[in-house]
Design a protein around this ligand. Sequence first.
Ligand code: AMP
Ligand code: TRP
Length: 333
Amino acid sequence: MIKKIFSGVQPTGNLHLGNYLGAIKNFVDLNNDSNNECVFCVVDLHAITVKQNPRELKSNIQETVATFIASGIDPKRSIIFNQSGVPAHAEGAWILSCVARTGWLNRMTQFKEKAGKDKEKASVGLYSYPVLMAADILLYDATHVPVGDDQKQHLELSRDIAHKFNTDYGLDFFPLPEPVMNNNTRIMSLRDGNKKMSKSDSSSYSRILMTDSNDDIRTKIKKSKTDSMKMPNDELSLDGRPEISNLLNIFSAVSKESKELVIKKFAGKEISEFKSDLTDILIDLIEPISSEIKKLIDDKGFLNKVLQDGANKAKSISAVTISEIHDLMGLKS
Ligand code: AMP
Ligand code: TRP
């Protein structure tokens, strides 16, 4: 059976190892399976829910597309486009905002985190952000959505919206989208094992970027927070050692070996020895991607063509969904 895949990444710069291991690596695997129809979107309309510098936004859109392609997403196989290039997303979001209930949105933890103490000053867009995400997914009848752990609640909301629409209009119109997650849906900061690795952390040492040089990677792993003990002998002795646990998770994800095996390999060894091996496999992973990103960024003509072709394909799919929604809701004369 054909699976319809949709996912999005915000063009807010600083794409890091967490984005790669938690989401983009899954996109690549899904892209490589010929049973799937994949749509990957650079969600620039989501990015503007907080203030953006227009020049930086433009270059971050290009960098995000370059990272998709450099990581292995093939624009001939998957649709790659940016959200603002397809007006159906904004229209879909409005229509679905009339289906979603404010009580549902009030429970969204990401809004609470991002709005901080002064909720009154947050944009209306930041509040209705998950409705736009639902529109993204539902316009393409997506059945599977690869995301990191932090997007689980938003995806559940998309299912609730799809279900209510189906109930209100008496049809199995929208499929209920399911999350696709691997074991790496929560890569943590290199400075604090209890905090997610994030684009917006004030310390650049907290994250490894997909554009980092080999020296950057070496320094960041060397400086990454650990403790003064030796490497653990088993999973149980990782209790209370979140930073080492995170580095082991990263090692396991990058080497594709189970965490159990990685623990065994380094049991009782010095942390510095483990860090040195971790640095080597990270460089092997990131060096080719980072140099491809740099090459692609210099070929703006190519990147713009990918976005333009993708937007044309996305427009024709989403226009059909919008027209059917109009019909169902009585919006057509
Ligand atoms: P964003 O940068 O917020 O648009 O996120 C893009 C994708 O990366 C989403 O699917 C996130 O869930 C995922 N992601 C972001 N940070 C992490 C992290 N630290 N660990 C794993 N996945 C992440
Ligand atoms: N909200 C997601 C994030 O911050 C990005 C996103 C927007 C998305 N639309 C989507 C993810 C649709 C999956 C499907 O990471």
